[in-house]
Design a protein around this ligand. Structure first.
Ligand SMILES: Cc1cc2nc3c(=O)[nH]c(=O)nc-3n(C[C@H](O)[C@H](O)[C@H](O)COP(=O)(O)O)c2cc1C
Length: 380
């Protein structure tokens, strides 16, 4: 049992459900506090850099689950500066020492694999071509999540039906590469208005082929990816992230409840490691709001490990686990700013505040590996 230090006095802490062990398929987790995928834009030229070794190992605990930042599956997958990829040999080699460092401390490390689809522009695409999507509808220019610049998007090109297997294959190859790099598994990024979400959501997907229209048709692309990856690397190494309620990237849905439920039920067929859903309260980027919706129906429908994310703190996350609304809770901003978040939660210690201004800067240290650990914070 851990002891809490308060005003110089040691107080005995009761263990909380959030800190209890959990078995996720073949992975024995020592607690339920997961590092959420966090884009940090410090992978110069789309190649992970040595400074990520320190960043991820700082956030590793023995038996803790970490999800790496969104990582491009191909040369058409990118839409932000300096985000990592996993489609070239050089990228795979660059990931290896990072993964090794996490493993050396006993962590379990999944790679979030990603294709931005239309959230891109000619500048990010090979030979300045149009970004690909489910649609040819353009995104309206929008303020980046960083709040500092306005992203410009080029009109996307609607994928032809016969091109879709190639994109599914890109995800599969990326998953195989992730395993080659040493990752324990992959998380398919099916959330936040990116390519898979552009198929899932009826406000974007205006296709008339078997990948558009009905709910099963819109979900087909994402499920084909899950199936292809599961058969390539084993379903026990596959997770997926979904945000049926979010409307980031102008990707909303007229019936998010039905969409989330359909996916949760359809995913049962594959026996994947986990389903990771973003809370309805995270309607817009970075802001928590009141929502009449809940992930509970999806939690109940999905037979495997259920992970939630979005606006959680210690009490809230603990309550979700205690009430069996989730098996695991992913923390984004709090984990970004508190490398030793599991320890702080265990001790109920104060937290560092995150600095939004340094979320996406390219600095290899500032706002990245310079957030203090508990001992250091207490000395300040
Ligand atoms: C700096 C930053 C980068 C993010 N990058 C990703 C990402 O790469 N993939 C993803 O699925 N979500 C990403 N998110 C969303 C987080 O994973 C998480 O869902 C969100 O921050 C809400 O959780 P929180 O309230 O615990 O921060 C990002 C969020 C932040 C703040």
């Amino acid at each position: 049992m851990a002891n809490k230090i308060e005003n110089g006095e040691e107080k005995q802490q009761q263990p909380i459900p959030l800190c209890n062990p959990y078995k996720m398929g073949k992975f024995q987790l020592s607690h339920r506090i997961v590092l959420a995928p966090l884009t940090r834009q410090r992978s110069y030229g789309n190649v992970p850099q040595p400074h990520a070794i320190l960043y991820y190992s700082q956030r590793t605990t023995k038996g803790g689950l970490l999800i790496a930042e969104a990582t491009g599956v191909s040369d058409t997958a990118q839409g932000y500066p300096e985000t990592p990829g996993i489609w070239t040999k050089e990228q795979v080699e660059a990931w290896k020492p990072i993964v090794d460092a996490v493993h050396a401390k006993g962590g379990i490390f999944f790679c979030q694999i990603w294709h931005v689809g239309r959230v891109s522009n000619y500048g990010f695409q090979p030979n300045g071509r149009a970004p690909i999507s489910s649609t040819d509808k353009s995104l309206v220019p929008q303020i980046r999540a960083s709040g500092v610049d306005v992203a410009e998007f080029s009109p996307p090109r609607r994928l032809k039906t016969e091109e879709i297997p190639q994109i599914v294959n890109d995800f599969k190859l990326a998953a195989i590469n992730a395993i080659e790099a040493g990752f324990d598994g992959v998380e398919v990024h099916g959330a936040h208005g990116y390519l898979i979400d552009q198929f899932l959501k009826d406000q974007v997907n205006d296709r008339t082929d078997e990948y558009g229209g009905s709910l099963p048709n819109r979900c087909r692309f994402g499920l084909e990816i899950v199936e292809a990856i599961s058969s390539a690397i084993g379903a026990e190494r596959v997770g997926i992230r979904l945000s049926p309620f979010a409307n980031y990237g102008q990707a909303g849905d007229s019936n998010p409840n039905a969409l989330g439920l359909y996916m949760a039920e359809a995913l049962n067929k594959y026996g994947i490691a986990y389903c990771h859903m973003v809370e309805p309260r995270m309607l817009t980027v970075g802001e928590k709001c009141e929502s009449p919706y809940s992930l509970l129906p999806m939690r109940k429908a999905f037979k495997g490990t259920f992970m939630v994310a979005g606006g959680y703190d210690r009490e809230d996350g603990d309550k979700a686990v205690a009430e069996n609304r989730a098996d695991l809770v992913a923390y984004g901003r709090l984990f970004l700013a508190n490398p030793d978040l599991p320890k702080r939660f265990e001790l109920d210690a104060p937290l560092n505040k995150y600095n939004r201004d340094t979320f996406y800067i390219a600095d290899p240290v500032v706002g990245y590996t310079d957030y203090p650990f508990l001992e250091a914070a207490e000395r300040l």
